[in-house]
Ligand binder design. Structure first.
Ligand code: GLN
Length: 249
């Protein structure tokens, strides 16, 4: 099967080589006999309904966010409609912030968001930096850990009743106080974790691939397991670093 990925503003939002997440998705898809076609989506781009099975947006600093925020918000209707119709999405750090309603940056400027995720973000004084470990339950009864790295000044506040991506076991998470990280709306996920995220969390890469396939077929398949020894080791190293950092603050 050919899966189409819409990569939003790849030239602006690619901090910490977040683009590596796409390489992981492409490889893991190919190992299962699927092809991933990545189409960049930028300013003035048009979204035709049903075209994209998955969207991806990486991280960036305030400067890059400021440059692209209005053009990204202009794609908002199309993005919200696509996700409502079952497209999957992964948004990382700066991209995560901009998929909420708004981001008030360090200089006090209020950047418009896409309004796809039920949250808003306000930049604080102190940056929240370091390894993070989360516990997620994307499928009922199936708890898994997610390891990554965070570096953000933004504090993200989820709306009442919004679903976080996971519970913080170590690190700061959304705002350094709630004990939660990221946000999930159906097949869409936003997170502060990068570094990049998917090479050390292969289960999440497969979850996203299965959701992208479900957009096409109506059902998330059980993907054939891969030999993930190196990936598991990378996860463990990262998780151990986060654990040694200790509690949340
Ligand atoms: N500019 C944002 C912040 O610092 C996002 C940074 C990032 O993507 N690493 O909060």
């Amino acid at each position: 099967m050919k899966l189409v990925v819409g990569h939003l503003f790849p030239d602006y939002l690619n901090i910490y080589a977040d683009r590596g997440n796409i390489a992981v998705l492409a490889r893991r898809a190919a190992w299962r006999g699927h092809e991933l076609e990545v189409r960049p989506l930028g300013a003035g781009g048009a979204l035709s309904q049903g075209e994209h099975d998955l969207f991806y947006i990486g991280g960036g600093q305030d400067r890059e966010q400021e440059l692209i925020a209005p053009a990204l918000a202009a794609l908002g209707d199309g993005l919200r409609a696509s996700v409502a119709k079952g497209a999957a999405l992964l948004a990382v750090c700066g991209g995560y912030q901009l998929l909420g309603r708004s981001y008030r940056d360090q200089s006090g400027e209020e950047l418009p968001g896409v309004g796809l995720l039920p949250l808003h973000t306000v930049a604080g004084e102190r940056r929240m930096i370091g390894d993070v470990l989360l516990e997620c339950e994307l499928e009922p009864g199936r708890r898994r850990t997610l390891a990554g790295f965070e570096n953000h000044a933004g504090r993200t506040y989820l709306d009442e009743g919004a679903e976080p991506l996971g519970r913080v076991l170590a690190g700061f998470g959304n705002d350094g106080a709630s004990g939660y990280e990221g946000c999930r709306v159906g097949r869409a996920i936003g997170t502060y974790l990068h570094g990049p995220l998917l090479p050390r969390n292969s289960w999440l890469a497969d979850w996203l691939l299965a959701q992208a396939i479900a957009h096409r077929t109506g059902e998330a398949p059980a993907l054939e397991p891969l030999e993930d020894d190196l990936e598991a080791e990378a996860h463990e190293v990262s998780a151990a670093r986060a654990r040694s950092r200790g509690g949340r603050y």
